[in-house]
Design a protein around this ligand. Structure first.
Ligand code: M6R
Length: 598
């Protein structure tokens, strides 16, 4: 959730830290801070609020040094304020530390340190680690950090510097992401490769229990027993411009618009029979007894879409599970089951824990992830990368589309009995279809005008359209703060219909030809109660079009592809409603892009 950046090399650290934090602000944005050390003194500056507040505070300051660390915070322990912001320090200001994750036993550690007359300024778990470092100092930063880390329970990516050992940074990880960027005579640290991509595309993704000692622009990696370890350098082929707004006001908007281009990459090389880019063969896929799709948030909604496809082509039951629930129950997972875990970041804590559960039970795990080298990609037995490029907006758009298309490609390759009514040729045309669908923006902008002052919006659909409705409602609520709820259209009459009154906005997704009549009947029900109906469907759905107040016509296409492109008007609705309400679109309140805590 929090963003971490670090630098060691010949350049001044401060501008590098600020630039890196700007790229990481989406991870957490309630406070930010930096620490720069010149060897004899550490300067720490931190401020509550968005990064701009810190930038303004530092505007005319010159802070010279040899190493630096920086942090954007998403509060877990202690309210967002200057004191609780990172970096934290020990009582003698010899150490500066930034941290992502949660130290579960910090309260006991704090109590014990208090009884030994150490004092604390903040309410954070991180400050306890800083004080413990000074208590356990043995003359070597790497050894001391590892010794302290052995006492910690919970999750962390820790980055530490000290005046006691010149020009040195030590960092380590347990469950929270940490990437080392390898430059020419300089080394970078970040919680996400996008933060340092402008400096280097050579990255080492630290494993759990890895610690790195960085000194004067070079590095050595160790395990917790101080044994030196080797980790492969990976080349990240994302362009720096992909992590920039490129003239658009919001990342979310840019990411909606670039969907045709990125989906081209998702399907590239994956349209031929027996493509090596498909990690599980048709023959292997037929052998599983059951499929578990496990994910959170938007990725979970993508899984609802995949369920129908996989059940159809493989003829086995598919269960779609919220990772945060799955990990705490006792699902009957068999050795012959396939787990499909879906995640944009590949770092979502609940999905990682669910993956561990699947693996412990002996099932094969296939990860559909976007971020190369992420934790889930490394844990899984097979990986299918989405290849949609860096997604910065907290509200997921292009990654969701990538997840739908990724599952369609898998289902199509596993479809030995030709049950899916879509050809590789049809799928090849998807980028053009997306381009066509994006033209609905102006129409949607006008629709948004009629919604943005409302309090409640309902999304309905049947079958795959319900999966899309669920995602449409999540998009709207997370960035516009309107109450939005998705319902399987047939469920309305079992309770929620009671809430429909004159003028209540109902957004209907109706891309599935075979369910059209049923959905149209449900629309009649809400119309009879005075609802304001906005329907998204095909050109041949005249009956639905006639009873709807507004009708957004999708370009003509195959049924499954029609469902996939229906998400575009829903993304635009969320974006334009939030924009009209003046909300902070890329950084919605209380949310962060990557949820690396429970
Ligand atoms: O990185 P992941 O795909 O695992 O993230 C899962 C959810 O946290 C994420 O989809 C979240 O729901 C988004 N903010 C939705 O836009």
């Amino acid at each position: 959730m929090c963003g971490i950046v670090g630098y060691s090399g010949p350049k001044e650290p401060l501008p590098i830290l600020i630039a890196g934090l700007s790229r990481l602000e989406y991870r957490g944005y309630d406070s930010a801070g930096i620490a720069v050390s010149d060897g004899s003194e550490i300067t720490i500056e931190k401020k509550e609020g968005k990064l701009d507040v810190l930038k303004e505070h530092l505007a005319d300051r010159k802070i010279n040094g040899n190493v630096g660390i920086g942090h954007t915070r998403w509060a877990t322990h202690g309210v967002p304020n200057d004191v609780n912001a990172h970096p934290h320090s020990d009582n003698s200001q010899d150490f500066a530390i930034i941290h992502n994750g949660i130290i579960e036993n910090y309260a006991e550690m704090k109590e014990s340190l208090l009884s030994e007359n150490y004092s604390f300024k903040s309410d954070t778990d991180t400050e306890v680690v800083a004080v413990e470092l000074s208590k356990q100092w043995n003359g070597n930063l790497l050894e001391t950090v590892i010794n302290v880390a052995k006492d910690l329970e919970g999750t962390y990516a820790l980055v530490v510097t000290t005046t006691k050992q010149e020009n040195t940074i030590v960092a380590g990880r347990m469950m929270s992401p940490l990437v080392l960027g390898v430059g020419e005579g300089e080394v970078f640290l970040a919680s996400d490769s996008a933060a340092i991509l402008e400096h280097t595309n050579k990255m080492i993704f630290l494993e759990n229990g890895d610690f790195v000692e960085i000194h004067d622009g070079s590095y050595r990696l160790f395990d917790t027993e101080l044994k030196e370890v080797e980790r492969e350098i990976q080349i990240i082929d994302w362009e720096v411009s992909e992590a920039e707004k490129s003239g658009h006001e919001h990342f979310m908007y840019k990411e909606i618009l670039e969907q045709a281009e990125v989906i081209e990459r998702t399907i590239n090389g994956r349209l031929e029979e027996d493509s090596v880019e498909i990690p599980i063969s048709k023959e292997q896929a037929q052998k599983y007894d059951k499929i578990w799709i496990v994910a959170c948030g938007t990725a979970y909604h993508a899984g609802l879409f995949g369920k129908d496809l996989f059940e159809k082509v493989l003829g086995v039951p598919v269960s779609v599970e919220l990772a945060s629930e799955f990990r705490y129950r006792e699902p009957i997972v068999g050795k012959n089951d396939l787990g499909i875990v879906i995640s944009q970041s590949g770092e979502t804590m609940d999905t990682i824990a669910a993956t561990e559960l699947l693996k412990e039970n002996g099932s094969h795990v296939l990860a559909l992830v976007n971020v190369v080298g992420s934790s889930l990609a490394r844990m899984a037995d097979s990986v299918f990368y989405l290849h949609v490029g860096p997604e910065i907006g907290v509200a997921s758009t292009k990654a969701y589309l990538g997840m739908l298309v990724g599952q369609l490609l898998l289902a199509k390759h596993w479809d030995s009995k030709k049950k899916l009514d879509v050809s590789f040729e049809d799928i090849k045309g998807l980028p053009v279809l997306i381009e066509e669908t994006l033209k609905c923006e102006q129409e949607i902008n006008e629709i948004a005008e009629s919604i943005y002052k409302q309090n409640d919006v309902y999304f309905i659909g049947r079958g795959l359209d319900y999966a899309l409705a669920a995602e449409g409602a999540l998009k709207l609520k997370e960035i516009s703060y309107l109450h939005a709820e998705a319902l399987a259209a047939g469920e309305l009459k079992h309770g929620t219909l009671a809430l429909i009154e004159e003028g209540t906005p109902i957004i209907v997704t109706a891309s599935q030809y075979h369910l059209l009549d049923k959905t149209t009947s449900n629309v009649q029900e809400v119309k009879a109660r005075g609802a304001d109906v906005i329907a998204i469907g095909n050109s041949s759905s005249e009956k639905l079009e006639n009873i709807s107040d507004r009708y957004v016509t999708l370009p003509d296409s195959n049924e499954i592809l029609s469902t996939i492109i229906s998400i575009i008007p829903l993304q635009f609705i969320a974006y334009h409603v939030a924009n009209k309400r003046g909300e902070s679109i890329d950084q919605p309140r209380n949310l962060a892009k990557s949820v690396t805590v429970e």
